[in-house]
Structures are given as structure tokens and as C-alpha cells.
Design a protein around this ligand. Structure first.
Ligand SMILES: Nc1ncnc2c1ncn2[C@@H]1O[C@H](COP(=O)(O)OP(=O)(O)O)[C@@H](O)[C@H]1O
Ligand SMILES: [Mg+2]
Length: 267
């Protein structure tokens, strides 16, 4: 268990994929990020956890650069993006895949067209190259031959897979999931969990960043957990560090207890 304040960055000998350094963000009067510092390691599955409204989605929005900090620094893939021109962010964003909760697919387009959408926007491929790329993405997510299928005909699990294929379309090195299982039945949640693991295994060097409320899946899947609390990284560590922690705040979060310093139900 550690917090960044106890690990000097000189002691980290591998390059982190995302670095936040004392990031602050206030909306109107509400201080959401209050000096947030953390490092996400390349090639790992990082879970960001914390109560509702703590700023988890805001944190992901800072990683993809749709929100910018009031102060502090953000580095992605070793590049400082704070105060960088929008063109730099666009470049950085091409390297990130984002999976939304509902998949956010276009119902009026075929599965293949949905997956092709970001590729058309960013790359100039011949129709044949595009079809090949889409086919291989659909194969990667376990939907070979689904290019002509209609979105409304798909199951929820299949939609998730198409969303994943689209998130992976530009070959990102960072894949971000914001509450991919929230509101899903246990079977779908399990399927998404296995997709997260599968993508991590199939794509060398991929860094996955997942926001989740499902503490069991966090403990099962995470290489490292980042616990956001009161606008700061309260604790970071391996799942075992969290399950064995004696810290009352962490204990309450892990057990989902109604009683403890957090003072109210967690989820
Ligand atoms: N664009 C915005 N404008 C104003 N307030 C926002 C904005 N985005 C998020 N917030 C506020 O910031 C807080 C953290 O939000 P969020 O990151 O979505 O929480 P969560 O940890 O549940 O994902 C919430 O109180 C939310 O209302
Ligand atoms: Mg959120």
C-alpha cells in the first residue's frame, strides 16, 4: 500500500503510461480534484475506485483531455499534455480507446460501419483495407463475420463486444472503461470482466484503466487499485494490500459496510 507522496518518482524505474501530478479541478464552488497525484503503470489493468461523485469520471475525462485541470500536470505516454495545444491532445486521444457503459453504438449503421467509424475519421484506407481491419477487429472481440449484422439484432453482450471493437479500432495503447458493468446483470458483468482480461492478454503492452463499483471484480481483475477519496488518491496498491488493509476507510469500502468513517452506503 502506498501513496505517491511516499514514493519519490525517481524510485519508479519504468515509464508510467499516465501521470497526474497535483491535479486540481473545481466546478463552480465544488472542489472535485484536490491535489490528485498518481501513476498508472504500462501494461497493467488499473482500477480506479471510490464512492459515487468522488471524481472518477472527471479523472478519466482529464486523461482523455475533454476536461483540463485548473492546476497541476498530466502526462500521457511520457508526454506532458497540460497546456498542450488541442492538436497534441487529438494525437494523444487517437492512442486511447474508450468504452462507454451502453456501448454508444449507432443503431442505424451495421456492426461493420460502427467499427469502421473512427477509422474513416482518422485514417485513409482503401475499401479493401478497411474491410480487412474491421473483420480482424470483429474477430479479436469474438464476433467473426458479424460485419453486416444490424445493431438492434444484437444481444447486450454482443453490443459490448462491438463497442470494444470500435474502441480498439485505432489500435490504442490505452483502453479506458468507465463503469462498464454498472446496471448490467451478473452474466453480462462477468462477460465484460473476461473481455477486459482477454484484451489485456491479446494486445501486448496494452494499459487498461477501469472505473468500477463492483468490488469483487476489482479484487479479481486489478493489477493495481487506485482509491480516490476526497479529491486525492487515498491509497494505491495490489488487491491483497486492500483486502488485508486495517485502514478503517479502506475496510469500509472493501466490505461495503454502512458503518465506518465513510459514514454512508458506498454504492
Ligand atoms: N462538467 C461538470 N460540471 C460541473 N460539475 C461536474 C462536471 N462533471 C462532474 N461534475 C461534478 O463533479 C463531481 C464528480 O463527478 P464524477 O467524476 O462524475 O463522479 P464519479 O466518481 O461518480 O464518476 C460530481 O459532484 C459532479 O456533479
Ligand atoms: Mg462516474
Amino acid at each position: 500500500m502506498s501513496s505517491r507522496s511516499t514514493i519519490p518518482s525517481a524510485a519508479v524505474n519504468h515509464s508510467p503510461v499516465v501521470v497526474f501530478n497535483d491535479v486540481r479541478k473545481t466546478f463552480a464552488q465544488q472542489q472535485v480534484l484536490r491535489g490528485l497525484s498518481f501513476e498508472l503503470q504500462r501494461g497493467e489493468i488499473s482500477f480506479i475506485i471510490g464512492r459515487s461523485g468522488e471524481g472518477k469520471s472527471v479523472t478519466i475525462k482529464h486523461i482523455i483531455g475533454v476536461l483540463h485541470p485548473d492546476s497541476g500536470e498530466i502526462f500521457v505516454n511520457g508526454e506532458k499534455l497540460t497546456h498542450a495545444p488541442e492538436t497534441k491532445w487529438i494525437e494523444a486521444r487517437r492512442n486511447m480507446g474508450l468504452l462507454f457503459q451502453d456501448g454508444a453504438l449507432f443503431d442505424s449503421m451495421s456492426v461493420g460501419e460502427n467499427v469502421a467509424f473512427p477509422i474513416r475519421e482518422f485514417e485513409k484506407l482503401t475499401p479493401k483495407e478497411l474491410t480487412q481491419r474491421v473483420d480482424s477487429l470483429l474477430e479479436l472481440v469474438g464476433l467473426p463475420g458479424y460485419g453486416n449484422a444490424k445493431v438492434p439484432d444484437l444481444s447486450i453482450g454482443q453490443r459490448k463486444r462491438v463497442g470494444l471493437a470500435r474502441a480498439l479500432a485505432l489500435n490504442p495503447s490505452i483502453l479506458l472503461y468507465d463503469e462498464p458493468t454498472t446496471g448490467m446483470d451478473p452474466l453480462i458483468s462477468e462477460l465484460i470482466d473476461s473481455l477486459i482480461i482477454e484484451m489485456q492478454q491479446k494486445i501486448p503492452g496494452l494499459s487498461s484503466v477501469v472505473i468500477s463499483h463492483d468490488i469483487q471484480s476489482v479484487l479479481r481483475l486489478a493489477d493495481r487499485i487506485f482509491f480516490l477519496h476526497e479529491g486525492k488518491m487515498y491509497a494505491t496498491g495490489r488487491p491483497v494490500d486492500f483486502t488485508t488493509s486495517t485502514d478503517p476507510v479502506i475496510r469500509q469500502f472493501i466490505t461495503g459496510s454502512l458503518h465506518g468513517p465513510l459514514g454512508k452506503p458506498i454504492a
